[in-house]
Design a protein around this ligand. Structure first.
Ligand SMILES: CC(C)(COP(=O)(O)OP(=O)(O)OC[C@H]1O[C@@H](n2cnc3c(N)ncnc32)[C@H](O)[C@@H]1OP(=O)(O)O)[C@@H](O)C(=O)NCCC(=O)NCCS
Length: 210
């Protein structure tokens, strides 16, 4: 089974490593617009740009986008899907996904992450290293939960929001779309779309990220 990853940066290598460990993929290659200057990422070959990938989609059993920027990752996933790519998710073998969870397409669940029962994870979500999503969490498309962030039960995160490294979100809190939660924040109240919040307890620093 052949996997194509679009995006050959650091996150891309994390995806490639997890894909290889999962035993599902016998061959892993990258596509990146840095090609041809950029022909290798870690031990994996970079063999073309996005336009090249679009012209050889039939040669791959699965495709995933490994781009950190949330709205760009989602845009590329939709483009590739429209062109007929079989968008797949990659789950590191050490991650724990409880029963009763719904995991979308193009999702990356990194090492030691936990997704607890009743959670719904939409397309193009990243659940990064050791992050936890407790029971009944709802992550909309394009969300990134950074390493070591902990979401208590019933937390909802809107499309393309980025929850920073080591942050915590209290149970039942709703976070809007395109929100940034700063590193180490403790979110104890709902956050409106477009806000950036930081600190303990988390408070806004600015509006209108887009
Ligand atoms: C919240 C964040 C996006 C703000 O970035 P920014 O817009 O470039 O903001 P700045 O660095 O200019 O900081 C603006 C102010 O907010 C403060 N601030 C920034 N991030 C903060 C944080 N996480 N906690 C507390 N205060 C923070 C700064 O000290 C600064 O305060 P000042 O105006 O009093 O000096 C960023 O600092 C952050 O925390 N990103 C998350 C990183 C992460 O999780 N990485 C994981 C990748 S997998």
């Amino acid at each position: 089974m052949k996997l194509a990853i679009y995006g050959a940066g650091g996150h891309g290598r994390v995806v490639a490593d997890a894909a290889e460990l999962s035993d599902e993929w016998s061959a892993v290659v990258f596509f990146d617009d840095g090609y041809p200057e950029f022909k290798k990422s870690g031990k994996w070959p970079v063999i073309g740009q996005l336009c090249d990938l679009l012209s050889v989609l039939d040669s791959y059993d699965g495709v995933i986008v490994a781009v950190g920027a949330c709205s760009e990752r989602l845009r590329l996933l939709k483009l590739l899907r429209e062109q007929g790519a079989n968008i797949v998710s990659v789950i590191h073998p050490s991650a724990v996904i409880a029963s009763g969870c719904d995991i979308g397409r193009g999702v990356m669940v990194c090492a030691m992450a936990v997704v607890n029962t009743g959670s719904a994870i939409a397309d193009a979500v990243i659940i990064n290293t050791s992050a936890t999503i407790d029971h009944d969490g709802i992550l909309a498309e394009g969300v990134h939960i950074s390493p070591g962030a902990n979401l208590a039960g019933g937390v909802s995160v809107g499309a393309c929001s980025w929850v920073g490294i080591g942050s915590s979100v209290k149970q039942q809190v709703t976070i809007g779309d395109n929100v940034v939660v700063g590193a180490g924040a403790a979110v104890i109240k709902n956050v409106s779309s477009g806000m950036t919040v930081v600190g303990v307890p988390a408070a806004p620093i600015k509006n209108g990220l887009e």
